[in-house]
Design a protein around this ligand. Structure first.
Ligand SMILES: C[S@@+](CC[C@H](N)C(=O)[O-])C[C@H]1O[C@@H](n2cnc3c(N)ncnc32)[C@H](O)[C@@H]1O
Length: 263
């Protein structure tokens, strides 16, 4: 396959990739045929599942607005994806123009596109990085040049830890981040959960085995465990569509979402 101008050298164009599948589900154009086919496959197993991406973005927007309202002025978005419309910096900087945002993603397409979008924005940047090495990221001088971690920050782990297998200890990753955060910081997290439709979820997980990442969905108790050491703000851990909706919207039950506060 020919490499398009927006795609960095050396990336695997032949295997579906989570960032580009998510981009397609949101209506973006930074994806390849393999990514689109995979989204259609998942859609055939679980009709309406592409809407999960929209439900997730709705949660992201509301949670960022909540954090700004709570006084947070800096955001670290881990597993940020391709920054399509309604990304963290757009939401936060519309309310506070000098809100700081650092996007991190393991996918080079997401980082390259993020940099292109953010060019000229002095308060936001996109960096390559792996959430599994979060401790290293928090100490990264580039992160430190924009974020002051001695002050409250909102760390976003939105729809990313369900790509991190148990072997990489997602609970330990969150705990390591928590221990580095100043009191008054927030954890904004959403995570795929199979509780409502276990059989379809199982088939989706099987389908993901052919992609660059596996999809270790987790039940409510395990997602809740990720908030250890944080106080869950109201309404607690809910389906993403039910977390402080601006107006009633059709409920989707694939993704749990919550915001935790560090005392
Ligand atoms: C479903 S998208 C979610 C994007 C964004 N957080 C949102 O909710 O709109 C998942 C993103 O996580 C990224 N990702 C997966 N594993 C990762 C890892 N180990 N470290 C950093 N990013 C990762 C993928 O590249 C993809 O961009």
């Amino acid at each position: 396959m020919e490499r398009p101008y927006w795609s960095p050298e050396g990336i695997d164009l032949d295997r579906p990739n989570a960032a580009r599948m998510y981009d397609y589900a949101l209506g973006g154009s930074h994806n390849f045929a393999v990514d689109r086919e995979m989204v259609e496959r998942v859609e055939a197993i679980m009709p309406g599942s592409s809407l999960v991406a929209h439900a997730n973005r709705g949660f992201l927007r509301r949670a960022v607005r909540f954090c700004v309202g709570a006084g947070v002025r800096q955001f670290l978005d881990l597993g940020a994806g391709i920054p399509t419309v309604g990304s963290v910096h757009e939401v936060a900087q519309a309310l506070v123009p000098d809100a700081r945002v650092v996007y991190v993603d393991v996918d080079p397409v997401a980082v390259a596109h993020g940099r292109a979008i953010l060019g000229g924005n002095p308060y936001a940047t996109a960096l390559p990085g792996d959430v599994r090495k979060a401790a290293q990221l928090l100490g990264d001088p580039e992160v430190g040049s924009l974020l002051d971690l001695s002050r409250p920050v909102a760390v976003l782990l939105i729809a990313v830890l369900h790509f991190v297998p148990d072997a990489d200890d997602p609970y330990g990753i969150v705990a390591g981040i928590r221990d580095r955060l100043a009191p008054g910081s927030y954890l904004v997290l959403s995570h795929g959960c199979p509780d409502e439709e276990p059989e379809a979820a199982d088939q989706v997980q099987q389908a993901y085995r052919g992609t660059a990442t596996t999809l270790p969905l987790r039940d409510r108790a395990h997602v809740q465990r990720m908030f250890t050491g944080f106080d869950l703000v109201e309404p607690g851990l809910t389906w993403a569509t039910a977390w402080r909706p601006d107006e009633p919207e059709p409920e989707r039950r694939e993704l749990l979402a919550g915001v935790g506060w560090k005392r």
